[in-house]
Design a protein around this ligand. Structure first.
Ligand code: CTP
Ligand code: CA
Length: 228
C-alpha cells in the first residue's frame, strides 16, 4: 500500500517491537545464534509508523536499515534484549515480541578468545534464558496489549494449532501470531499459512500474505484489542 493510503488509526499510540535474532556470546568473537533476519519485525515497525504510531524497534543483530520514522535500539544477546524491552515497555501502549530469542546461553563467556589447544573440546554447558514475553505480560500496566509470535510445525504430540494454543496459554499474551513452518510448506497448500490466536479463545485464519500485509492484519487486531 502507498504510505498515504494507510489510515492514521495508530496515531499517538506508543508501540514497542523486538526484531531479529539474539546472539549468545561464547568469547569475544564467537556466539550461538539463529537465522532470523528481522524482516517481520521491521515490517511491523514500518507499518505501525505509517499508521501514525510512535515506534521503537529493538533490533537484535539485524542488518536491515531503520524504517522511516522508527526509533531503533540495537542489541546483541538475549540479556541485552530483555533489559531494553523491560525498560521501554514501561512507556509503551503495545508490546510485540517478534524477535527470535535464544532459549539457552553458554554458562560462561570466556574473557579472551578461546584457543583450540591440543585436547579434544569439552561439551558446551548451557543454561536457560529468562522468558522475556512472560515477564512483559507479568509486568504490564492495565490496558497494555502484548503480542507474541510463534513458528510451529506439527509433530507426534500435536498439530500446529495445538502447539499454538498451548503456547498462548503458557505465555499469557493477548494475541499470538502463529505461523506454520516446515519444509515444502508453500507447496502443500496455498492458504492457511497461519492464525491469530486471541487470549479469549477466538481464532482467525491468516492466509498466505506478504510480511507487510501480515503486519497490517496484526495491527488491525491490536487496534480492536486497544478499543475493547
Ligand atoms: N520469547 C521470549 N523469551 C524467550 C523465548 C521466547 O520472549 N526466552 C518469545 C518470542 O519472542 C516469541 C514467543 O516468546 O514471541 C514464542 O517463542 P518460542 O521460541 O516459540 O517459544 P518458547 O517458549 O521458547 O518455546 P519453544 O522454543 O520450546 O517452542
Ligand atoms: Ca524458543
Amino acid at each position: 500500500a502507498r504510505r498515504d493510503a494507510l489510515p492514521r488509526d495508530l496515531d499517538g499510540r506508543r508501540v514497542l517491537i523486538s526484531a531479529g535474532g539474539t546472539r549468545e556470546p561464547l568469547d569475544p568473537v564467537r556466539f550461538l545464534g539463529n537465522r532470523s533476519s528481522g524482516r517481520q519485525g521491521y515490517a511491523l515497525a514500518r507499518v505501525a509508523a505509517q499508521r501514525g504510531a510512535e515506534v521503537t524497534l529493538v533490533a537484535a543483530n539485524s542488518e536491515l536499515p531503520a524504517p522511516a520514522g522508527v526509533h531503533v535500539v540495537r542489541v546483541g544477546s538475549a540479556a541485552e534484549l530483555r533489559e531494553e524491552m523491560l525498560r521501554l515497555a514501561a512507556e509503551s501502549d503495545v508490546v510485540v515480541m517478534s524477535a527470535a530469542v535464544a532459549d539457552f546461553r553458554p554458562v560462561s563467556r570466556a574473557e579472551h578468545k578461546m584457543k583450540k589447544g591440543a585436547a579434544d573440546p569439552e561439551a558446551l554447558e548451557l543454561t536457560r534464558n529468562p522468558d522475556i514475553l512472560v515477564e512483559l505480560v507479568a509486568g504490564r500496566r492495565p490496558g497494555v496489549v502484548v503480542v507474541g509470535f510463534a513458528a510451529e510445525t506439527g509433530d507426534v504430540s500435536g498439530d500446529v494449532l495445538h502447539h499454538g494454543r498451548e503456547k498462548l496459554r503458557r505465555k499469557g499474551c493477548d494475541l499470538l501470531v502463529l505461523n506454520e513452518v516446515g519444509e515444502g510448506r508453500a507447496f502443500e497448500t496455498e492458504d492457511n499459512e497461519g492464525w491469530l490466536l486471541y487470549a479469549d479463545g477466538r481464532e482467525q485464519t491468516l492466509h498466505r500474505a506478504a510480511k507487510s500485509e501480515l503486519a497490517s492484519m496484526v495491527w488491525d487486531a491490536v487496534l480492536r484489542l486497544l478499543h475493547a
